[in-house]
Design a protein around this ligand. Structure first.
Ligand SMILES: Cc1ncc(COP(=O)(O)O)c(C=O)c1O
Length: 393
């Protein structure tokens, strides 16, 4: 049972931050928070390796690069996601290929993925959009048949479940974000998890300037290694994507409280769903049997042509509702992508018509925030939704 309210960031985070400051970032003392965070994260997800990053875009880039994705490759992505999913593919030098979404769950459609696979396809990036897992069994089956790498983009899905398994443990690797709107936050931050030790080593090296001394379980370079003029430090070319210790301190407190933080979001979603009972023109994201939705945000589709998205949102705000987040345009229709060519071999035109289900769905999605860690506030939000529905009914 949840209390009446909770602090999003508790006093324990302040204590951890003070521990970092007391270390004065000196080499021999710092690095501890990152290790503690990674251990706590790996334990909570029951995986072999957790590697921390500066954000949940760097994670995707590093995981793709570590899996050998590069120029000449295609990576299948959904268009209904935050643009980082596709940007990371471009950062890795590959080209995103957009597959359509399911009309009810709005997650990547396995049937559409199957249609988009070519001899250049190297990876698939299913996204647990708004906190709901895609249908991973058929996606993993396709990956197995075609020898593809599957990177889950779970930036929005902490502790979601799929057929009894934790989201993040379904693909070959998974990426999470600690950006400020997420279930667990350190302002900015990210994490890659995997059970594959070789992949974990490469992910770490890629995000840590290719240092020879770092690896899956070790993110820090020792003084002994460095204080040798002949020491070969860099065995690979890498980016400097490490999470700062101060962020790790806050993220550690959040991971220790992860179950509680997710439960608050799920409770918010339950109240919104209650507010929509009996309304046949605002349909929440469908949660198939056996799935546990983490509700980064509660999303419903507006199935009326006489009210616009903006009309509905304006009224919701007038009734005391909070502004939405996550109402991104479909990635292939963003100016950065639309009608652009990223490589000679790019075979998709990034233009309307590429993903008809997503294009019919996205302009109608209303995203209600679930980040009120206060029962009275979440009730006010649900009431604002109920009033808006009543107004337009
Ligand atoms: C689905 C998805 N992928 C990737 C990201 C990128 O994470 P970050 O902002 O930490 O880079 C986000 C959110 O910000 C996201 O929602």
């Amino acid at each position: 049972m949840l209390n009446e309210r909770t602090d999003r960031i508790s006093s324990r985070a302040y204590q951890y931050v003070c521990e970092v400051l007391a270390s004065e970032f000196r080499g021999s003392k710092s690095g501890g928070m990152m290790k503690r965070l990674e251990r706590a994260f790996a334990e909570r997800f029951g995986v072999g390796y957790a590697i921390s990053f500066i954000n949940g875009t760097a994670t995707l880039h590093a995981a793709l690069a570590a899996a050998g994705v590069g120029p000449g490759d295609e990576v299948i992505v959904p268009p209904l996601t935050m643009a980082s999913t596709s940007f990371a593919v471009l950062h890795a030098g590959a080209v995103p290929v957009f597959a359509d979404i399911d009309p009810d769950t709005w997650t990547l459609s396995p049937a559409s993925v199957a249609e988009r696979i070519t001899e250049r396809t190297k990876a698939i990036m299913p996204v647990a959009i708004y906190g709901l897992s895609p249908d991973m069994d058929p996606i993993m089956a396709l990956a197995e048949t075609h020898g593809l790498f599957v990177l889950e983009d779970d930036a929005e899905c902490f502790l979601g479940t799929y057929k009894g398994r934790l989201v993040g443990t379904l693909g070959h690797a998974a990426s999470f974000s600690f950006q400020s709107s997420k279930h667990a936050t350190s302002g900015e931050g990210g994490m890659v998890i995997t059970n594959d030790p070789d992949l974990a080593n490469r992910v770490r090296r890629f995000g840590s300037l290719g240092y020879a001394a770092v690896g899956a379980g070790e993110g820090k370079i020792s003084k002994e290694d460095i204080q040798d003029p002949g020491y070969a430090r860099h065995v690979e070319i890498g980016w400097n994507y490490r999470m700062p210790e101060l962020c790790a301190a806050v993220a550690l407190e959040q991971v220790e409280r992860l179950d509680e933080l997710v439960a608050w979001r799920q409770e918010s979603a339950r109240l919104y769903a209650e507010a929509l009972e009996g309304c046949d023109w605002l349909t929440p994201q469908a949660v198939p049997e056996g799935y546990g939705h983490a509700y980064w945000t509660f999303v419903a589709r507006l199935n009326r042509d006489d009210i616009t998205w903006h009309d509905f949102r304006r009224k919701f705000l007038e009734f005391g509702g909070e502004p939405f987040y996550g109402a991104w345009r479909l990635t292939h229709l963003e100016p950065a992508f639309r009608n652009r060519r990223f490589a000679d071999y790019q075979w998709q035109e990034f233009a309307p018509g590429l993903c008809p289900v997503a294009e019919a769905t996205q302009p109608r999605l209303m995203q209600f925030t679930t980040n009120a860690y206060d029962r009275a506030e979440m009730e006010r939000q649900a009431e604002a939704l109920a009033k808006t529905v009543a107004y337009f009914s």
